[in-house]
Design a protein around this ligand. Sequence first.
Ligand SMILES: [Zn+2]
Length: 140
Amino acid sequence: MTQPYMKPLPQRLPENEPFWEGLERGEFLIPKCTSCGHWNWVPYPACRNCLSTDQEWAKTTGKGKIFSYTVVHRGPGAFREDVPYVLAMVEFPERPRTPIVLGTMVDVDPETVHTGMPVKVVCEEVPDEGVTIWHFAPDK
Ligand SMILES: [Zn+2]
């Protein structure tokens, strides 16, 4: 018998549904303004550059470099069994308006993590919860 998933899960809503469907395909989508071309992460109803509401979910490379990170030694709740783990801010290469995406690192020794480290999005389908979430892993 599988254990219930005890970590917080995202809320699937009509306005973010394309994002979750993208993750199910292994694609990391970010709203891109169709008026000025700026990427808008975190998603917001209007472009932060020109305030246009004309945005489309556009595919990213799913790769980036660590902008900043922290090593968590006392994780809350169900994260307690994962310590030590890395929570990273990852700078994507998409321009202009650089997306910086927060995520936990997997498949890595926290001692080896450093700023500028190349990483990629990896997807995890959460059993019995109907959602796929993302993490980051070293991009070797
Ligand atoms: Zn815009």
